[in-house]
Design a protein around this ligand. Sequence first.
Ligand SMILES: O=P(O)(O)OC[C@H]1O[C@](O)(CO)[C@@H](O)[C@@H]1O
Length: 365
Amino acid sequence: MTTNQLAQLAQTPLKQKDNRVWRTYSGGALIDHWKLVSEEFDGSFPEEWIMSAIAARGKNRPANEGLTILNTPYGKLELKELIALNKELFLGKKIAEKYGTTGVLIKMLDSKERLTIQVHPDKQYAQTMLNSPFGKTESWYILGGREIDGKKSTIYLGFKEGVTPEIWSELFRTQNIEGMLDCLHQFEIQPGDAFMIYGGVPHAIGSGCFLLEVQEPTDYTMRVEKITPGGLTISDELIHQGVGEKNMLDCFHYDGCSFEEASTRWKITPQTLESSDHHSLKTIFNESHTDCFGLNELDLDGSFELKGNGSFFVAVIYFGEGEIFCGGKSYSFSQGDELFFSAAIEKVIWKTSKPSKILLCYPPN
Ligand SMILES: O=P(O)(O)OC[C@H]1O[C@](O)(CO)[C@@H](O)[C@@H]1O
């Protein structure tokens, strides 16, 4: 690609191809619904990975599963390949120098069944046990959901008071699933709720949850259930990611608390940054919660100028449609689009033809 073509590419919003990923739980119909696919289907691909520069970790799965492919004016290109063309141009100087990769992973997730009880590494554990610069602190922004078998959508998050490593490892040894669920706080959820799930904090997304997840870019999940609620047997590798069961149990932070304290620690109240009669810009996750990523929501019925901040960002169109003006050209957007905006883009003007909800995802600080 010539220098001119590269510069042009860096001024173009780049749309990714659909990117569904195999998981151990079933779901996905609400992702089809969001993507306006005519046949909505629950199966083994309940997640859409967005702007992923990492592959998923699954047993006997294709090596490149999870990697984002972008549609560009010069043909299809993996996001990883795009970045490699010029890290500073596409990621921004700060991210290019500090991480050399995007530093963030975004997902849409729709659970028909409860996910296994699990935990992800914090940065220190990731570094020492898995030799990874990233852990898997994550965040959930609830967009919707559905009742499954008459049950309301809930999530499990954080140990209750009094759960010790001894109690937890005995429940794991005996595979006492009800006992383990009983050790966790359970939250009923509604669209608009937001939660931070820091590395080390046990959790399980319940059945009937539809959410946007912004997270550190790894696929390290430590699980304490050897058989999923749907009856799938989990291989040892996916239980402990190669570190062994004892080390897997050390990934949990045993600092249980009351339900009130759990809500204070992990339930986030979105804040309005600015609003008018035709727009509102809210911050959901920001540096007061984590330095790993950020999420804003733009609700728009009209036009809005969004300034770049020297790093790339990603827009997920939850609903609506309209036009984007940037780099001297205009592009259309509509529900289901996932768009990469390079660091080189200094401003983007959004002009809607239908009221739109645009989720703006940001890389680490
Ligand atoms: O248990 P599975 O199928 O690997 O799914 C793990 C999923 O759980 C999450 O961490 C959400 O808790 C997702 O990021 C991840 O893809």
